[in-house]
Ligand binder design. Structure first.
Ligand SMILES: Cc1ncc(COP(=O)(O)O)c(C=O)c1O
Length: 434
């Protein structure tokens, strides 16, 4: 789901509390476009918060306001802002010298851990962002199959590269931003996720890959219809098409084994990022050994100065070790927390008559305003994005910081006290919409 790009307006009467963030914005806008380093950050209201520090599940802004954070750095901070094992591992590696652009033994250790958590991921190729990883996955699929067409699904997001940044909004099937080369998308076919008949109607002979989030969390927390993933798996196998699961959000979050573990369907290639590094910049394409043959043979080139940056790889190893050790308690607890949040939103909406909805999947909750339910991706067109921004702004005013577009990621660092405070804030924020 994309966010509206309207200019940020401060809520009247709230300026003194956010004076530091507002002053920072004014200064930053002189030298950074929209004052930020990634456009969605500029959509936060009442004002894009300038964050001074983060601790556990909390952030403190430059004005000294503290928030229970549910943006989790747009997802990576599954263990919160200050996970000791991740920080210690990254720090240890930093102290050995930066060694950027080199080979360190930790890379194979991380590849082994990924393969253990996700058995379909026999090999891993590391890069720094999910966008790069998705681009490399498409390149591998095209090289391995000798075909060009890529099937992607409406409202699914796979990063901002020209190769795949298309149809990320319910209302637009074209390029997702200005400045894109439309020719780069010539071989991308857009279908509705869940529409098996549309996939089966395609001439598969030119199709290199089908790429999807196996559970559409980025788009607003939608589970796949029962049996759908297995049918897509069967169709892709029958036609020699590479099935790519983009698990940048779902990987290590919906379960240690990701969406593929949770739903029991193995893709050919998996795109990983975010929670993999516990907050450090590391992403990967992982998958069946045969799909990596083009890199092994040297016909496909994997490039990147910062690939395998030692502190990030060490942090990822520590993160996966922690998740592996605590999986039995950590995942059910995060999920129960998220279930309570979503149930509370529905209860308050029913009691007050305010049109607000909450979707929940695993430790993720998506808030929507202007509607009472959003059961499918098609229903996203009915969501009032402006009102959703107003709802999240009200939450910020009450000390709770979701993503501006309404996503709330739960981490292992959120406590029962955080939950109680958040329920109160949700009641108050929904009341403000009445
Ligand atoms: C499903 C999905 N794929 C890919 C990406 C791109 O990852 P990155 O922002 O690290 O480039 C994102 C980012 O939000 C994502 O949610």
């Amino acid at each position: 789901m994309s966010t509206p790009s309207s200019p940020v307006a401060a809520t009247p009467g709230s300026s003194s509390r956010f004076a530091g963030s507002q002053a920072y914005q004014a200064r930053a806008q002189q030298v950074l476009p929209r004052g930020v380093s990634s456009s969605p950050r500029a959509t936060q209201r009442p004002v894009p918060l300038a964050i001074a520090r983060g601790e556990a599940a909390h952030v403190i802004d430059v004005d000294g306001n503290e928030y229970i954070d549910y943006s989790l750095g747009y997802g990576p901070l599954l263990l919160g802002h200050s996970p000791e094992p991740v920080l210690a591992a990254a720090e240890r590696e930093l102290r050995k010298g930066l060694r950027t652009g080199g080979i360190t033994p930790l890379e194979a250790e991380l590849g082994e851990r990924i393969a253990k958590a996700m058995p379909a991921c026999e090999m891993s190729a590391f890069v720094s962002s999910g966008t790069e990883a998705a681009q490399l996955a498409l390149r591998l699929a095209r090289a391995a199959t000798g075909r060009l067409t890529v099937v992607k699904f409406r409202c699914h997001y796979h990063g901002w590269s020209d190769a795949i940044h298309v149809a990320t909004d319910a209302a637009n099937d074209g390029p997702s931003t200005g400045g894109q080369d439309p020719d780069a998308l010539r071989h991308v076919v857009v279908l509705d996720w869940g529409d098996m008949a549309a996939l089966e109607a395609l001439d598969a002979s030119g199709v290199a890959a089908v790429i999807m989030e196996a559970a559409a969390v980025n788009a607003g927390c939608f589970a796949p219809a029962p049996g759908y993933l297995a049918r897509v798996r069967e169709w892709t196998t029958r036609h020699g098409v590479a099935l790519i699961f983009d698990e940048v959000i779902t990987g290590f979050r919906l379960a240690l084994g990701g969406a593929q573990g949770r739903f029991g369907v193995a893709p050919d290639l998996t795109v990983l990022g975010k929670a993999l590094g516990g907050g450090l910049p590391v992403s990967a394409v992982a998958g069946r050994r045969a799909l990596f043959e083009p890199i092994v043979r040297g016909t496909v080139s994997q490039r990147g100065t910062y690939n395998g940056f030692p502190p990030a790889i060490a942090g990822a190893v520590a993160c996966l070790d922690y998740l592996g050790t605590h999986a039995a308690t950590l995942y059910p607890r995060m999920e129960a927390y998220a279930t309570t949040l979503a149930a509370h939103v529905r209860t308050v909406a029913a009691r007050t008559g305010v049109a607000v909805a909450a979707n929940q999947l695993g430790p993720c909750v998506q808030l929507f305003a202007g509607v009472s339910a959003v059961p499918t991706l098609r229903d996203l067109a009915r969501v009032d994005k402006e009102r959703t921004l107003t709802l999240t702004a009200a939450l910020v005013e009450h000390g709770v910081a979701p993503l501006p577009r309404g996503m709330m990621y739960v981490s292992s660092a959120h406590t029962d006290a955080d939950l109680a405070r958040t329920l109160e804030a949700l009641t108050a924020a929904i009341g403000r919409l009445a």
